[in-house]
Design a protein around this ligand. Structure first.
Ligand SMILES: NC(=O)C1=CN([C@@H]2O[C@H](COP(=O)(O)OP(=O)(O)OC[C@H]3O[C@@H](n4cnc5c(N)ncnc54)[C@H](OP(=O)(O)O)[C@@H]3O)[C@@H](O)[C@H]2O)C=CC1
Ligand SMILES: O=C(CO)COP(=O)(O)O
Ligand SMILES: [Zn+2]
Length: 353
């Protein structure tokens, strides 16, 4: 399916597998989806050994021709490299096995090469593992590009539970950010009559609220915790598919995170920054920002600049510049907040001290 069509069509994964030893089910999924002979795996340097090789072995056992490409970054050059390999081997489908970077590269290359794509995350660090968006860097700018949704998502909870807990906690931050994303979307609908989906917004909010209520169940190395987070990420991905945009899961808090990525010399993880952004933006919305902070704290996700390893001055600069990130997406930031106001929100919420 090409990009134009996927913008207008609601795309959802057909098979979603969440549980122990799911890497062993890859071949069954391929046969269920009637996928062809040639498979191209995009994986990362660490995740190649954690899951990439195992997936390749599973596919080779079915007699398939498999190639592995180890990708170092989510750049347009990498997408083009992967498309080149896909053309040369006449690949029938792609698999993104690993973290956000590998999944995004495989997702966009598959969309452009017009073949199916399977998402096999080794960490539950954000909802890109399920969604039809790909974040790709080109000429120093990272943009979120519409792509095809994965045909299947295979989340092996045993593998994900062994990933650094920081990644799972970041995934929780990305889910909790639906709280302010939906408030921003409602505001834009009221003020600018932007297209709004009640179903998508309700699903996104409910997903975030359930996660906040389950915050005390999210613990390191527990497959039960991984299941809760992966299911919530799937729900967020479905909400975005219903909306046909990232609106239900990306508002002012994501603009803050995108601004930090541009400004801070050493940004934190996407979900960590979005979680802290949610505290700040909930304050601006006049909502219960303490509930957001306490939920993140209970999970073990960062709630301050210090915990993210980011200097206070970058938080303030990002707050003042966030509204420029995506000017067409109206949020509580409106035409921007002043440096004084940024200082008040960041200090009052304890994000900076
Ligand atoms: N498509 C979308 O909608 C979205 C996309 N993104 C994008 O995703 C990327 C961020 O993804 P994120 O996953 O947070 O971070 P990264 O892709 O940067 O991955 C973080 C690190 O974790 C490692 N890792 C992954 N799984 C394991 C594991 N099981 N054990 C040990 N290490 C592991 C990775 O290894 P390795 O080196 O092998 O990859 C990598 O070094 C960014 O490029 C961002 O722009 C973010 C949000 C939404
Ligand atoms: O990260 C996302 C949703 O959680 C995707 O949103 P963006 O459209 O801001 O990249
Ligand atoms: Zn996100």
């Amino acid at each position: 399916m090409n990009e134009l069509k996927s913008n207008k069509w609601m795309q959802l994964p057909r098979d979603v597998l969440v549980g122990s030893d799911m890497l062993g089910k890859v071949a069954d999924v391929c046969s269920d989806l009637k996928l062809g002979h040639n498979a191209l795996i995009v994986t990362g340097q660490k995740t190649r050994d954690i899951a990439g090789m195992k997936v390749a072995e599973e596919l080779e056992e079915t007699g398939r021709n498999v190639q592995i490409h180890v990708s170092g970054s989510a750049s347009m050059e990498e997408v083009e490299n992967v498309m080149e390999i896909a053309r040369e081997m006449n690949t029938d489908f792609l698999l993104g096995v690993g973290s956000g970077k590998s999944i995004d590269v495989a997702k966009l290359a598959a969309t452009r090469h017009n073949v199916p794509f399977l998402s096999i995350p080794t960490a539950a660090s954000h909802d890109g593992i399920v969604s039809s968006r790909a974040s790709i860097t080109h000429n120093g700018e990272t943009t979120s590009i519409q792509a095809s949704a994965p045909m299947a998502v295979i989340a092996d909870t045993e593998v994900i539970a062994k990933a650094p807990f920081r990644l799972l906690a970041a995934g929780c931050g990305d889910i909790i950010s639906n709280c302010t994303a939906v408030l921003d979307w409602e505001l834009a609908h009221r003020l600018q009559n932007v297209t709004f989906s009640e179903y998508s917004a309700a699903l996104a909010s409910m997903t975030a609220n359930i996660l906040i209520e389950s915050a005390d169940s999210i613990k390191p190395e527990l497959e039960s915790s991984v299941r809760i987070v992966v299911k919530a990420l799937v729900s967020s991905g479905v909400a975005m598919s219903i909306a046909g945009s990232s609106r239900p899961a990306s508002g002012s808090e994501h603009m803050f995170s995108h601004a930090l990525n541009r400004i801070a010399p050493n940004p934190a993880l996407h979900g960590e920054q979005c979680g802290v952004g949610t505290i700040l933006m909930m304050y601006l919305h006049g909502g219960d920002w303490r509930e957001i902070r306490d939920g993140l704290r209970m999970i073990g996700a960062p709630t301050t600049a210090h915990e993210m390893g980011i200097e206070d001055k970058y938080i303030l600069q990002a707050l003042v510049e966030s509204h420029k990130i995506r000017p067409e997406r109206y949020t509580i930031l409106g035409t921007g907040i002043t440096p004084d106001a940024a200082e008040v929100v960041a200090r009052t919420t304890g994000v900076i001290s």
